[in-house]
Design a protein around this ligand. Structure first.
Ligand code: EZ4
Ligand code: CO
Length: 412
């Protein structure tokens, strides 16, 4: 079973996606997500120019060897572009191996540890009525967990808050927030940490009063706080029993989390921008966090994330895989197969893709009773439609940038 073709597919059904498709000489086809939001063509180029030629003629069964070959053999290790490219190859090879075995991928990963993967959706609102409305919409769709993001008085647009309740993603009518915007350059937002820290606890108080103690609530601080500010926020949210508080500080400095951890019992999640187990080394070993946010797509694939989750399991740290719309349906399919299998599954983020996106990728996993379950067919359960994909050519899109009121660039 040798690799016969490795194609890089770029499509933009409402937003940009990069997919690697590997075909073997006996005709098996595997897909891997290679989407890196706002830097899509860097990964496409890395795969097309430097990885695809090396794959031709390789034994498609040798997944671990290929992973090590691309990781160690590239000399320049780690980083989002490299690890997203490796993830795409790894996921496509797992898809192929599962098809060769005639099994859904999760069976090769040890079989199901649970019936479905509990997911959380993105509720947001510019004011409390709009936020409550968004929460209710999620409850109606079966969600049992929601992330709460809210506008902050005095700031025009804030991370995580859908611009319009009517438009939704791809005109879906949902409130889902899509931060990447089409255009030749990123948009700019304004940030004010003090206004944010004053406002957020009041919103969580209101949400708890309205929806009661059972509903699972999460929040993303999106890398914007100092360790001390993060500790303040964690403490002020303790009465509202969060499932997690995410990305409180910029992630590069692992020691920052020590200060936060000493000051609050609010559970902490971090790592959607991390790429390897090394980025978590101290955070996990010192039990400074509760959940790791890496998705299959950005952490070296099934192989890379499995390695990270096995390490995390030794310290009772659980998965919390990133699942925004920029993780493609291929990345989500991989997440669900891995999530259903590992023992230390925590929760799965699940922003819903637009109809146009689902039509291009044809994912066969299902969402019922607030959770995702993997496809029961051999492989990942992806049915990529080339003709539909070709109707949506790539258009540049960027994540916003952020500035303080005095113009200083701040973490977005
Ligand atoms: O900012 O997906 O938890 N989810 C997030 C996302 C990320 C974007 C980056 O591409 O933080 O909204
Ligand atoms: Co996040």
């Amino acid at each position: 079973m040798l690799v016969d073709r490795a194609e890089v597919l770029v499509t933009s059904p409402g937003r940009n996606f990069v997919t690697l498709r590997i075909t073997t000489d006996d005709g098996l086809v595997g897909h891997g997500d290679a989407t890196l939001n706002g830097r899509e063509l860097a990964v496409a180029g890395y795969l097309r120019e430097h990885v695809a030629p090396l794959l031709l003629g390789r034994d498609a069964h040798r997944i671990e060897d290929t992973w090590q070959y691309l990781y160690r053999g590239g000399y320049w290790r780690r980083g989002p572009v490299t690890m997203t490219a490796i993830a795409a190859v790894d996921t496509a090879l797992w898809d192929i191996k599962a098809k060769a075995a005639g099994m859904p991928l999760y069976q090769l990963l040890g079989g199901a540890s649970r019936q479905r993967c509990l997911t959380y959706g993105h509720a947001s609102g510019r004011d409390l009525p709009e936020l409550f409305d968004s929460v209710r919409q999620h409850l109606d769709e079966g969600y049992r967990a929601v992330r709460i993001q809210t506008a902050v008085p005095g700031l025009d647009s804030v991370y995580g808050v859908a611009a319009s309740s009517a438009a939704g993603v791809g005109g879906s009518g949902r409130y889902d927030y899509e931060p990447a915007r089409r255009g030749a350059a990123p948009t700019e937002e304004t940030w004010d940490t003090r206004a944010y820290l004053r406002h957020v606890p009041k919103v969580f108080e209101a949400v708890r009063n309205e929806f009661g103690p059972e509903l699972v609530l999460l929040h993303d601080a999106h890398h914007r706080l100092t360790p001390n500010e993060a500790a303040q926020l964690g403490r002020s949210l303790e009465p509202y029993d969060l499932f997690w508080l995410e990305d409180v500080t910029p992630a590069e400095n692992q020691e920052a989390l020590r200060r936060v951890r000493q000051q609050t019992t609010t559970p902490l999640a971090i790592g959607e921008v991390f790429n390897t187990v090394w980025d978590y080394q101290h955070l996990i070993r010192e039990q400074l966090i509760d959940y790791v946010r890496s998705p299959v797509t950005h952490a070296g694939g099934i192989t890379g994330l499995r390695r990270l989750l096995d390490y995390a399991a030794l310290y009772q740290v659980k998965s919390g895989m990133h699942g925004p719309t920029d993780v493609s349906p291929v990345g989500m399919a991989a997440a669900v197969h891995l999530g259903i299998a590992v023992h230390n599954f925590g929760i799965q983020e699940h922003m819903q893709h637009s109809r146009a996106t689902l039509d291009v990728f044809g994912p066969a996993h299902t969402f019922t009773e607030g959770g995702l379950a993997p496809a029961e067919e051999p492989g990942l359960g992806i049915h990529y439609d080339d003709e539909l994909a070709a109707q949506h050519p790539y258009e540049p899109a960027y994540l916003p940038t952020n500035r303080l009121r005095d113009g200083t660039v701040h973490d977005w």
